[in-house]
Design a protein around this ligand. Structure first.
Ligand code: SF4
Length: 330
């Protein structure tokens, strides 16, 4: 009887010890979480659609879903981000001008500028679907419009997949540049350096187009997006070494607005929000989604974003990102 009682007592003590350990562990985790420096999502890239009318061979945000969050839900998420400290939003895709012929994008930009009063609203597009009517309706709500251009040779653009049917990418690029000037939107160009264009000299055209910034990226490989069995693209044939990337930069050093972005700088220094408003963590070389900010809030989702704030600052993530800051003379 006494032995049985002793055994029960020991079992109870064991269980109590375990419970105590668990409480201590939970308390410690909570303390650690609280002591971790809080990430402020100052600048967010919202890829609200994965659909695109182009087929660039190196695309790393491919059409894996056709999901589009309703305007109302997207506005709720944008308000949450603003409350968490967002100052700049960049709308990207896929092709952001594709859903509802640009009206979805226009309404998001309008909401961010007029209602949320964000310092900076920017867009990255392939440029092909932009119209002057869109600028008339929504130009006031945009600070910077970046258009992708990897080559001034149409054949190279076609080989890369930057094109649709008979549309001329370069002529449209020039039209968009002119509309930017007319409607007072800062004009930017993005270029991805890859095996098809690394030998090109784009200096003359860049000096003539005179963008506010020329962002030059090294072709990036991301498992599940543009490399590996799950991917919709295989970008390995587009990939270039650091050495070739640096040669391209060296050839264009006279273009003062050039901002280079190597893979190292690029991979974790962007806060990327996908079409479900989930942060995408690229630290492991693929995109791992957090839960949606609409379900768990911004700070919880940010813990799974893989964001490297130091690298964000190092790559010059904070710059003169509004029209006012650039003191437009036109
Ligand atoms: S334009 Fe952009 S989103 Fe569209 S296929 Fe090319 S890289 Fe991808």
């Amino acid at each position: 009887m006494f032995i049985q009682f002793k055994m029960q007592l020991f079992a109870l003590l064991d269980a109590l010890c375990l419970l105590l350990k668990r409480i201590l562990f939970a308390y410690k985790s909570l303390e650690e979480a609280e002591s971790e420096p809080k990430i402020v999502p100052k600048s967010v890239n919202y890829h609200f659609t994965r659909q695109c009318n182009y087929e660039c061979g190196f695309c790393f945000h491919t059409a894996k879903t056709s999901y589009l969050l309703s305007l109302e839900d997207a506005k709720v998420g944008l308000q949450l981000l603003k409350d968490a400290g967002m100052e700049k939003i960049n709308f990207s895709g896929g092709e952001p001008f594709l859903p509802k012929r640009g009206a979805h994008l226009g309404e998001l930009a309008k909401f961010c500028k007029s209602d949320l009063k964000l310092e900076s609203v920017t867009i990255v597009s392939n440029g092909s679907l932009i119209t002057e009517k869109w600028f008339r309706n929504y130009g006031d709500y945009v600070d910077i419009l970046a258009v992708s251009c990897d080559s001034f040779c149409e054949e190279t653009n076609k080989a890369i997949g930057r094109g649709q049917g008979t549309k001329n990418h370069i002529e449209q690029l020039k039209r968009v540049r002119d509309w930017c000037k007319k409607y007072q939107v800062l004009f930017k160009i993005n270029t991805v350096v890859n095996t098809y264009n690394y030998e090109e000299d784009m200096t003359e055209q860049l000096l003539e187009l005179n963008p506010i910034r020329w962002k030059v990226f090294q072709c990036l490989l991301l498992e599940g997006e543009n490399v590996g069995p799950e991917a919709l693209r295989n970008a390995e044939r587009f990939y270039i070494s650091n050495e070739l990337f640096n040669e391209f930069l060296e050839r264009h050093k006279s273009v003062k607005c050039l901002v280079p972005e190597s893979n190292e700088k690029m991979q974790n220094s962007y806060l990327i929000l996908d079409e479900y408003m989930r942060f995408l963590d690229c630290t492991a070389g693929s995109k791992q989604p957090s839960k949606s900010i609409l379900d768990v809030g911004v700070s919880n989702a940010l813990l799974f974003s893989g964001f490297d704030e130091a690298m964000f600052k190092k790559r010059g993530g904070i710059y003169k990102w509004s029209k006012e800051a650039n003191k437009l003379s036109w």
